[in-house]
Design a protein. Structure first.
Length: 249
């Protein structure tokens, strides 16, 4: 039985004071929660939020990281810096990184392997654009991003990987894939993982839905057998909108 995993991606929101306040609120709200939880504040707030999360049941995540451990990479943040701050997991391949900042599968794969090498958990994001879905290419896109993102990742390392399916057309648009849409892609991706790693390993992988999950649709999405949680954006920015999702089941 896979555990529900609800993660909050705060994106470029919250000052230090606001981040600490939200983190404190979530620690109190989720202290008796039975699922797996993670929040990913901005780089500048990681240290402050880490102090709040100590001893809690909420993991500290980062929203991205460099392909390199150190060096002349102005503006980048390395895996070593993240570990030093107490970061436990990192979101990689988010659609905004892919499509706005032009990170390709090779770059994302390099980051995935580096994060795993240093013991971090990884949330690997995959998902199609609206035009790709309309052209009937959703499955092909998700398969390619999954295979290329995990190239060179061992079966043992796969245990530290979560897949987040985020249909790009449903992020921040108010649109959401139906529960059946989400389930169909999740099953397809799990079958790809089974081809790569075997059915037993694939059945253990958590696959989150990451396209505008909120309290109003969380129950329908999470009721599907292969939807194992959510990577939440806007709804993770307030306790009263994130807590209901975390406690849906």
């Amino acid at each position: 039985m896979r555990q529900y995993y609800i993660a909050g991606n705060w994106k470029m929101n919250k000052t230090k004071t606001e981040a600490v306040e939200l983190a404190k609120g979530l620690v109190a709200a989720l202290k008796d929660g039975k699922n797996k939880y993670m929040i990913a504040p901005s780089f500048t707030n990681l240290d402050a939020v880490a102090q709040v999360l100590k001893g809690s049941n909420i993991l500290l995540g980062a929203q991205n990281m460099s392909t390199e451990e150190s060096g002349a990479h102005t503006g980048e943040v390395s895996v070593l810096m993240l570990k030093d701050l107490g970061v436990q997991t990192v979101i990689l391949g988010h659609s905004e990184r892919r499509h706005i900042y032009k990170e390709d599968d090779a770059m994302i794969n390099k980051k995935v392997k580096l994060a795993l090498k240093h013991g971090l958990e990884v949330v690997l994001c995959i998902g199609e654009l609206l035009e790709e879905r309309q052209a009937g290419k959703a499955e092909k896109v998700c398969e390619e991003q999954t295979r290329k993102g995990l190239e060179g990742v061992s079966a043992a390392e796969l245990a530290k990987v979560t897949i987040a399916y985020e249909p790009v057309w449903a992020i921040g648009t108010g649109q959401t894939a139906t529960a059946d849409d989400a389930q169909a892609i999740h099953v397809y991706v799990r079958n790809i993982l089974a081809e790569m790693y075997g059915r037993e390993a694939a059945d253990k992988v958590i696959i989150q839905y990451g396209g505008s999950m909120k309290a109003e649709n969380a129950a329908a999405l999470l009721a599907k057998p292969d939807v194992d949680g959510g990577l939440i954006g806007g709804a993770s920015l307030k306790v009263d909108t994130f807590e209901p999702i975390c406690k849906t089941y």
